[in-house]
Design a binder for this molecule. Structure first.
Ligand SMILES: Cc1cc2nc3c(=O)[nH]c(=O)nc-3n(C[C@H](O)[C@H](O)[C@H](O)COP(=O)(O)OP(=O)(O)OC[C@H]3O[C@@H](n4cnc5c(N)ncnc54)[C@H](O)[C@@H]3O)c2cc1C
Length: 416
């Protein structure tokens, strides 16, 4: 691999940065591959990387209708955590945190994973009871978790609202110290570069417009650059999963919603962790550049919009001002939305689609950035072997017929 090092950065600095090479090739699609992955977001790119690296599959194409990371992966608020309730969820999300912990070293690309910790606030005695139950569940499931009282929270985040007349007084919080943030574009670019090094063809500006299905089995895709054959097709298109399902003749229990995010002007360091208030649905952290990165709840009405709107802006920002009144005068710099794929039990869907040869990775909804390494790792296993890794098994689509749901509405953190 063309490796990056401090020495190389220094040398390029002295040479006026004239020696850097493109991070990946831009090949024309071949007519045949072993596996095609639709969607050049984090999950699609990570899947391609682990397929090539762990399973030695050589002829892989990632097909992206726009640009890499132009979907939710480049639009999210970058929080990484594994504070879920059920053992199945913790196994999946904690695998992801562990893969993130070594990712920069593994792919030789600085994804800026910063384990600054996360507070999930409790605003009443009743919420403290629920927080204690969650902390116990997390500890039993092997994830790091602590129950903090109000004084502990104040030490970690003095900017929060500890006034006696606060509408939502802070009683304490769930603390996960290994949680944090990473640079979202770098996660997409790093996986793309590492996959390209292993021979994966990354094809941008190429939309999949249909599946080629013969005798009930998929043997390739129709694209704006022509027909491409493959034995197996993996679909990782997040908010557009239902659109692809309709083309492929399978059904998914997915609704797509806009989810908005905000960033403010840069201010001096005021917050070195992540804080989330389930009561208002708002959360924020501070980026390395000083901007406050803010998120909140889903839009109320399903849509394929990828843009913000003012009613949600008012809801989310009033929540932030309630959490930290000192931020009331900070100016908003930008506001945007992604298009997320929400499942009925707020857990992802990984498995065969119902049409032979097509496999899906979707349903990550509001929380799939944190899951990119694990999602890719597990989906690669499924595509390479045709059967589940034991960690992805509970997330198969069959749970909607067996009734064995994984209701993580609280763990996913956002009201649905
Ligand atoms: C505002 C916001 C905040 C969020 N905050 C967080 C957070 O803090 N932490 C967290 O863990 N998660 C968060 N998420 C969720 C997270 O971003 C997503 O779950 C995750 O990025 C999904 O990754 P993906 O690779 O599956 O999808 P995407 O990154 O959306 O990639 C899918 C790709 O498929 C492509 N595509 C679609 N249709 C076709 C087609 N027909 N042909 C070819 N290509 C196609 C799209 O162009 C897109 O690039 C947030 C999301 C949003 C929108």
């Amino acid at each position: 691999m063309r490796s990056y090092s401090a020495l190389k950065v220094l040398r390029e600095g002295l040479r006026g940065h004239t020696g850097w090479q493109p991070l990946w090739r831009s090949p024309e699609p071949q007519t045949n591959y072993d596996v095609i992955i639709i969607g050049g977001g984090g999950h699609g790119l990570a899947t391609a990387y682990y397929l090539a690296k762990n399973h030695n599959v050589r002829r892989i194409a990632v097909i992206e209708k726009g640009w890499l990371g132009g979907g939710n992966t480049g639009r999210n608020t970058t929080i990484i955590r594994s504070n879920y309730f059920y053992p199945e969820s913790t196994r999946l999300y904690d695998l992801s945190v562990r893969l993130y912990e070594n990712l920069a070293r593994e792919i030789n690309y600085n994804v800026m994973f910063s384990q600054r910790g996360m507070l999930v606030l409790s605003h009443s005695e009743a919420e403290m009871e629920i927080a204690a139950r969650t902390v116990n569940a997390m500890q039993l499931n092997g994830a790091d978790a602590e129950l903090l009282d109000a004084r502990d929270v104040q030490k970690k985040a003095p900017i929060l609202n500890f006034r006696d007349d606060a509408r939502y007084p802070i009683h304490g919080a769930i603390w996960q110290g290994r949680a944090g943030t990473a640079r979202h574009d770098a996660v997409a670019w790093g996986y793309a570069r590492a996959a390209d090094e292993l021979g994966v063809d990354i094809i941008q500006n190429c939309e999949v417009t249909g599946f080629s299905i013969q005798g009930g089995r998929c043997n390739g895709v129709e694209t704006t650059k022509g027909k491409i054959h493959a034995d197996r097709v993996g679909v990782a298109v997040a908010g557009h999963s239902s659109v692809l399902a309709e083309m492929g003749g399978y059904t998914l229990p997915i609704h797509s919603y806009a989810l908005q995010a905000f960033v403010t002007e840069a201010v001096k360091p005021v917050m070195d962790t992540v804080a989330f208030s389930p009561m208002t649905g708002s959360y924020f952290s501070q980026s390395d550049k000083g901007g406050l990165v803010i998120g909140g709840a889903l839009d109320r009405i399903p849509s394929y919009a990828q843009r913000g709107n003012t009613p949600m802006q008012e809801t989310v920002l009033s929540g932030i001002i309630e959490m930290a009144p000192a931020l009331a005068k900070v100016k908003l710099l930008r506001h945007w939305a992604g298009n997320v794929d929400v499942s009925p039990d707020s857990s992802p869907l990984i498995g065969p689609s119902g049409t032979d040869g097509i496999y899906v990775n979707c349903g990550w909804g509001t929380g799939g950035f944190k899951a990119i390494p694990a999602g890719g790792y597990l989906f690669a296993h499924l595509l390479a072997t045709g059967s589940h890794h034991e960690i992805s098994r509970p997330f198969d689509l069959d749970r909607f017929s067996t009734g064995r749901m994984l209701d993580e509405a609280a763990g996913s953190g956002i009201a649905h």
